[in-house]
Design a protein. Structure first.
Length: 71
């Protein structure tokens, strides 16, 4: 990462700026669904995390649809 910053700063900034989006999404998931996974194995932890992301997206879509219906 540091080498990319030193040798290609424009590529680094173009890519790194998306980090805030990812951090915000994970923070929201942790706030709503808890800061830890219950699964024990790595495979199941990955599936649980993916399920949480899908649940978060469905929740956001439902909220957006409800907000449009109110207007």
């Amino acid at each position: 990462m540091i080498l990319r910053y030193r040798h290609h700063p424009e590529v680094f900034h173009e890519t790194y700026r998306f980090r805030a989006n990812g951090e915000g999404a994970f923070s929201a998931i942790k706030r709503h669904q808890g800061p830890f996974l219950r699964a024990r194995s790595a495979v199941m932890q990955r599936r649980e995390a993916g399920g949480r992301m899908i649940a978060r997206n469905v929740d956001l879509l439902a909220r957006a649809r409800a907000a449009r219906e109110v207007l």
